[in-house]
Write a new protein. Sequence first.
Length: 571
Amino acid sequence: MAPPAMLSLILALSFSVSTASKNLVVEEQKQTRHAFLSKQEFKHDILNAMDAMLGCGGKASDSQLAAVRKTLMPMWETLPKTTPTSGRVDRRSLRYLVHRYFMQTSSLMVRGFEPTRPVNESHWGVADILSQMVPAYVEAALESNHAKVNGFSMNDAVTMTVMLEQLIFDSESSLLMKVYNQQRRTPQRSLTEKGLMQVLENYVVQWMVDADDEDMALLLSNRSLLEEVVPLYGPLVDFAAGRVKMLKYQRNLHPQNAHGNDVWNNKYSFEDAHQIVGGMTKSFQSFWQSECETMHDALVGMDTHHTGRVPLAKFYNTAINSDWRFGESEQYLRELGALDETSALTGAQVIIPNYIQATSNCIISTSHYLVCCRNHCEDILGEIELAIGAPTATPEEILEVVGNISIGTDDEEPDLKGSGSGSLAEQLETLALSQGGRVPLHGRLFAQWLHYVFPRECAFPHLMGAVSAVTPQQFGDDYVATVEDMEKHAVNASTAGLPEELPKEELQWMSQWSPEEELMVDYTSEFRMSWEKRTLLIVAGLALLAFGITGGVVTISPPKSASSFDQKCFI
């Protein structure tokens, strides 16, 4: 898969008389148009999105609201509430919920909701959507005293999610209008199917490739170059054509009075084109997933010990000799959290799920979102949440659920009983003991445990602030490794492989384990309830002892108070 950061330099190289190294073609993206918006543009976009939710413009359909609620509900059930009776969640939980919704449904990483972005109770984030694009909504609802005291209901979560969906949908109209203008078309006039496809073909190219107007004009005028520069250009056009057929079927099935003539004459309005590109955004990840899986399979093929890690020497050796995609620099891999440098035995290793889900492999990058590879750990965590249905669980409950989960991409059952993985069950027990006997499902330690159970699917969770979701353009020119650097590492590829029969314990495969907890949501009420229940048991036990009812000595040790836990809550 060619990340977006690589497309523009291909374009530049194609127009140049010089040739690149035969070993690796490296491209640099110019994301200035997609990466940032002015405050005025942010305000305009978010107000349009708010109009739909507040009744000033369109309104989300009942079916849309129901679909969002259905997706959110299993996660919602496992989030700790602000009080036992409130049925509401705090701001951190709301943000966490929104991020996971978009990752689950369309693999969209909404800008500002990246899990690596640290945000505290009084600040939504320096560059996120909610602080820059939702000032009115934040001030009127999210920052109100009522919201701070009582938290946010399920309806609030649905509203926020649908508003952001509307924002993303509306954001596509700017680029679509630009394409209309370039082709001297007006949005007031309907298009034939041929004209619509011409618009969509240009839209797809400009959606994926960020180049200045002059380079883009050259690219669009040269079909051979277009097919060389844009990955899977032919299938992409077919993908767009499929969305047109879907729209045609839907409007024939449910014709609308306002567009009756268009349906009868087989023509398409600007609103039809907008609906098509919006659908492309939502479904694009499923179209592109085969490319992600190809990359995943290549890395798995280098992971001979099933640790979810590939020696950096092998990684670069593959980039030089067979697969140019694995060319990120050591510094950039470290910044993304995709590099494990804790094992003296194996040396630096690329962590497969962290690399696959990194922003360097997000194929679409716009002002509001990135389209990334599917996070298969969301499926795993979703199964656990559905089975547990609570914010915390005992180790026994978790082991029972996890033991029955099959990994679709690896066809490999989690090994929790053998000598090579007995420590995983012990780690879970230790984790629970530090939290009063139950494991928080939305904490870094549980996510870390899941990584070692499913090392090729679940990313290793770094401590907050240690890594970032920085794009290649944001990182700078050094995001790609030089040929010299790759060759320096690759020379050790032949010695990087250790005997396949070597047990995982001898590979120091859990050397990256960190005992520090960080909670993604606020568990204060859960820990308080747990403490109160245990206090009642202690009091009851002491009362029984006092009245001489018990037949033996009873010893009950209260757990640590919630404030004494070594935890950092983050949003």
